[in-house]
Design a protein around this ligand. Structure first.
Ligand code: R5P
Length: 313
């Protein structure tokens, strides 16, 4: 792996260090700072000519800063004659707007894909895109990993019998189905209506969850509205134990309190995004699972031109 190089922006250095530790490859030194006027300043402090470089940077909040850092780092690497640049984006921000659902709105997921490609990325490695079709917005190779293997392995240790995977809305049904298959569990769906960007109401549960051990699975928890409503519905419909599981813990202000008020038996997320707040202090039984080995393994396989799809199982 003497040509493999790992770089991190300021979005999630802890995850980058964990990936580096898993691979036994040190992080390449880089200055990623700000000019006095606030513009992003990048300088790669080691030679990367002819190297296979992976830039680790989730585009989580603050999205604009993190995205800009990623673009400028890619540009710096191309100009420093890196052989290949892979953008490792464990959480892909701006993904919610992936189609024109009404007039005169942008498709930001496509715009960001264009920006990353134009900056000079040769490949992308990402996880649990908000909509899987965003893969097609890139005209460069993209490897898409799932948090399901990591989360499901944890759930298996917590729930063994009468398990039902619940989708908190129709958009998450594929994800819940993947969980159900992996756990040999049943499948159910919460009927959800979004009132505004931050408000949702749940109407009904499709499927039998009475007396069952329920794992509610989503790609992300942002305001926590969807998850909190689903937890309440699961309890109302007689679920026994309720675990809330999501890959991306975006956790905006008020999310932890909202989830604590819904009171699941456990909340489990992964470390694709640095954690904001302290769910345990709010009284939640809480676990963060690391995706560093999964991302590290994918990076190693991409570097050696080996199959990445086998990581799905
Ligand atoms: C729905 O489209 C997604 O799968 C999530 O349920 C949603 O984005 C989570 O957002 P929030 O936590 O704000 O309800």
């Amino acid at each position: 792996m003497n040509k493999l190089r790992l770089l991190s922006g300021n979005a999630h250095p802890a995850l980058a260090r964990a990936i580096a530790g898993h691979l036994g490859v040190p992080l390449t030194s880089a200055e990623v700072a700000r000019f006095p006027d606030g513009e992003t300043k990048v300088r790669i402090l080691e030679d990367v000519r002819g190297r296979d470089v992976f830039v680790i940077q989730p585009t989580c909040p603050p999205q604009n800063e993190n995205l800009m850092e990623l673009l400028i780092m890619i540009d710096a690497l191309r100009r420093a004659s890196a052989d290949r640049v892979t953008a490792v984006i464990p959480y892909y921000g701006y993904a919610r707007q992936d189609r024109k659902h009404e007039g005169r709105v942008p498709i930001t997921a496509k715009l960001v894909a264009n920006l990353i490609t134009t900056a000079g990325a040769n490949r992308v490695l990402t996880m649990d895109l908000h909509a899987t079709q965003i893969q097609g917005f890139f005209d460069i190779p993209l490897d898409h990993l799932y948090g399901t293997p990591v989360l499901a392995a944890h759930i298996r240790g917590r729930m063994t019998t009468d398990v039902v995977a619940v989708a908190p809305d129709p958009g998450s049904i594929k994800l819940a189905n993947a969980f159900a298959k992996r756990l040999g569990a049943g499948l159910a769906l919460v009927e959800k209506r979004r009132i505004s960007d931050s408000e949702v109401v749940a109407g009904n549960v499709v499927g039998d969850i009475e007396g069952k051990n329920v794992v509610i699975v989503d790609d992300m928890i942002s305001t926590g509205g969807s998850m909190a409503e689903a937890i309440k519905m699961a309890k109302k419909f007689g679920a026994n134990k309720v675990i809330a599981a999501a890959t991306h813990a975006v956790f905006l202000d008020g999310t932890i309190e909202r989830l604590a008020a819904a009171s699941p038996d456990e909340l489990v997320v992964t470390d694709t995004i640095p954690l904001r707040g302290d769910p345990a202090r709010a009284g939640l039984t809480f676990e963060v699972l690391t995706v560093a080995p999964l991302l590290g393994e994918a990076i190693k396989r991409i570097h050696f031109n080996e199959s990445v799809s086998s990581l799905f199982t």
